[in-house]
Design a protein around this ligand. Structure first.
Ligand code: ME8
Length: 520
């Protein structure tokens, strides 16, 4: 059995979750469910990043202690995920003792091996990025991400010898072409590594300036730099370096991030792992930004969309489907309610919803709501249909597994539209009228058993809809989609027992009208 580990970034608790966080977490949920239904043992992790200047400042601005502040905001993330049907196996907080233990253990290990040293440093520090910047990072003297001049800070600190691992990392990325994907981000990282010598990474903050962090195990006057702390969450959640789950899941470790945090994940993290004596993760999967009117949706700009208001207006599964279908993984995409409604009406209400209610109501009308027994005397139109289905399932599985969600869904929708055409071509109503029960039974069986397989393929993206479809197809309450092995479904005929009683179909996706002109 293969094993698969998927993580989202652990989100900063300096503001409430928005659509960008919801996107990463829903993608991670869909890919986790996909691996479960493919038969892989899967571990899905999300959580919150709670130390550092940024959080300490936000707590101060809110007039509360950092502890109270992080408890509250972390709770808003933790409580949001079940409402988006997110099936994470663990929720990690960097203020938990298990994480503090991992960070201190790894720091001590790297310190003992000689890859951490102390030195005086004067640099340009951006509080927004929580990073020292170099002159070449600045645009018009300002941090381009935060539009603020960095502060000059001079202090003694501890440094991680990141530069020592630069050539190793470059070679590793060259030897493992899909270590960082899609390719544009791999190229971006390679050019960062080829631009010059990497600076060593400052991994401490003096307690005189910042006390909200994990104390260095080898110097109590300092706390750990937030990125050195945060990245290690991926190991903490697997039980720490000695954990059984770490041994089991690390070889299949996939991180999911947006491009804003490419450098820490593609450069800091693999070199940290190498220095601590661990294998690199398997893949870094990088997506683009959701934009609103050409600008990145972000809490600092304030142009954020609240995921729950979208869910309340359009339904959870329509929202999940839209996010995965609309964004080409790796590229930026624009969010608009007009586009969401367009997809909802075209792909979900017209194509999928209509097909499903048509097939169910015909089965009720022609066979009393019971799955007919097929003769399996296939005509050419059936053979074409079955071939289309098999190709579409295989393509979906391949594309989805490669994080090409939009194209995977498009491949599946070729089948959904093909099934609608099959109904039009075979005209079950005419067969019924002509009394050709055998042919009618064959046609309805092909439709019903393929609808079951469509529901299973849709499950990672729209779990609740898929479960409704499966229940209405008579799959029973104890039926667990995750227990099905999807690859075998692509190749097999049937798997829907003749004689199964179907429920009355419901309207899966009512059409929606945009409330007001230009509202999006
Ligand atoms: O960076 N479009 O946390 P963060 C798409 N704590 N995704 C977006 C987005 C947008 N407009 N805005 C945010 C941190 N995201 C660190 C991570 S990991 C060890 C530490 C998503 O709260 C996307 O996943 O700023 C992005 O990478 C993440 O939120 C940044 O979350």
């Amino acid at each position: 059995m293969s094993r698969f580990f998927i993580s989202t970034p652990i989100y900063y608790v300096n503001a409430k979750p928005h659509l960008g966080h919801a996107y990463s977490t829903i993608v991670a949920d869909s890919i986790a469910r996909f691996h479960r239904i493919m038969g892989d043992e899967t571990f899905f992790l999300t959580g919150t990043d709670e130390h550092g200047d940024k959080i300490a400042q936000a707590a101060e601005a809110a007039g509360t202690s950092p502890r109270e502040f992080v408890d509250e905001i972390s709770g808003t993330f933790r409580n949001l995920w079940p409402r988006l049907n997110v099936s994470n196996n663990d929720f990690i907080r960097t203020t938990e003792q298990r994480h503090i233990d991992t960070v201190r253990e790894v720091l001590q290990k790297v310190y003992d091996s000689g890859d951490i040293y102390q030195s005086e440093y004067e640099g340009l520090y951006c509080y927004g990025c929580e990073q020292f910047l170099t002159e070449k990072d600045l645009v018009d003297g300002k941090c381009p991400d935060h539009d603020k001049e960095p502060s000059v800070i001079r202090e003694k600190n501890y440094f991680f010898r990141m530069s020592k691992y630069q050539d190793w990392l470059r070679q590793y990325i060259i030897d493992n072409p899909d270590f960082i994907r899609p390719e544009r981000y791999r190229n971006e990282v390679l050019s960062m590594l080829e631009m010059g010598v990497l600076d060593d990474l400052c991994i401490s903050r003096p307690k005189s300036r910042l006390s909200w962090g994990i104390e260095l195990p080898f110097d109590p006057d300092y706390v750990t730099y937030v990125w050195f702390d945060a990245l290690l969450n991926y190991i903490t959640a697997l039980g720490g370096p000695e954990g059984e789950d770490f041994g089991k899941f690390w070889p299949g470790a996939n991180h999911l991030i947006a491009k804003d945090i490419l450098k820490p994940h593609a450069i800091f993290w693999p070199t940290m792992l190498k220095a601590a004596g661990f294998e690199p993760y398997q893949h870094l999967n990088v997506h683009g930004y959701w934009l609103v009117k050409d600008t990145k949706m972000s809490k600092s700009i304030g142009n954020v969309v609240d995921p729950l208001s979208m869910v309340d207006t359009y339904g959870l599964d329509a929202f999940r489907y839209f996010l995965l279908r609309e964004m080409r993984f790796g590229r930026d995409a624009s969010f608009s309610e007009t586009a969401l409604v367009g997809r909802l009406n075209a792909d979900l209400a017209n194509d999928l919803g209509n097909l499903f209610s048509r097939v169910l109501s015909m089965t009720h009308k022609y066979f009393g709501g019971v799955v007919p027994t097929p003769s399996r005397r296939h005509e050419s139109v059936d053979v074409e249909m079955l071939n289309l289905a098999s190709n579409s399932f295989t393509n979906f599985q391949h594309l989805f597994g490669n994080f090409e969600f939009g194209r995977g869904l498009e491949a599946l929708w070729e089948l959904v539209r093909g099934l609608n055409k099959y109904v039009d071509a075979t005209q079950p109503w005419a067969l019924f009228k002509a009394g050709d029960t055998e042919r009618l039974g064959d046609v309805m069986y092909v439709l019903l058993m393929l609808m079951r397989k469509v529901a299973l393929h849709v499950w990672p993206v729209m779990p609740a809809t898929a479960e409704t479809m499966l229940a209405q197809l008579g799959q029973g309450e104890s039926f667990d989609p995750a227990s099905v092995e999807l690859p075998a479904e692509a190749e097999s005929f049937g798997r829907l027992e003749p004689g199964t009683a179907l429920a009355k179909g419901s309207n899966l996706f009512p059409r929606v009208e945009l409330k007001a002109e230009g509202e999006a």
